[in-house]
Design a protein around this ligand. Structure first.
Ligand code: OFO
Length: 170
């Protein structure tokens, strides 16, 4: 049976992951309207990944005999000054998510909930990649400058494909 405090914190994180999906979908819509369809594709894939993250929490809470409590999701920003500004926001957001994960691990250890701690380790590792990929794109945008470089980067980001968890190699 899941500890009540952990259940509450996991439900909060479920909400935070759904907000992440909302944020990235909003960024995707912004890129669509800016004519950067590759960037839009990358953000749409990112939003889909966040739904997968949310569902991992949803499933874990149930598997531990807990209760999922869905809360309202805040509306994300709807526009940014530039592609760079959007990715800087995405990077800052991922850093915030990493802090939340650290807090959840601290709570799991404090409550001696090793199952919750083991579950969270997937997310701790994932955050390394999440921060690195946003930061990498920030550096690439800076290098690309205006015009041709951005066009090439947009084409490259158009190749990202969302792979549903059932099809991912384990
Ligand atoms: Fe972007 O990360 Fe979820 O957890």
């Amino acid at each position: 049976m899941i500890n009540e405090k952990i259940q509450g914190a996991f439900n909060e994180q479920l909400n935070a992951e759904l907000y992440s999906a909302y944020l990235y979908l909003s960024m995707s819509a912004y890129f669509e309207s800016a004519g950067l369809r590759g960037f839009a594709n990358w953000m749409r894939c990112q939003a889909q990944e966040e739904v997968v993250h949310a569902m991992k929490f949803y499933t874990f809470i149930h598997e531990r005999g807990g209760k999922v409590n869905l809360k309202s999701i805040d509306g994300p920003p709807v526009s940014w000054d530039s592609a760079l500004a959007a990715f800087q926001d995405a990077y800052a957001h991922e850093q915030k998510i990493s802090e939340l994960m650290n807090g959840l691990v601290d709570l799991a250890l404090e409550r001696k909930d090793h199952m919750a701690n083991a579950f969270l380790q997937w997310f701790v590792n994932e955050q390394v990649e999440e921060e690195a990929s946003a930061d990498e794109i920030i550096q690439r945008i800076k290098l690309a400058g205006e015009g041709g470089g951005m066009f090439m980067l947009d084409r490259e980001l158009a190749t990202r494909v969302f792979i549903p968890p059932a099809q991912q190699a384990v």
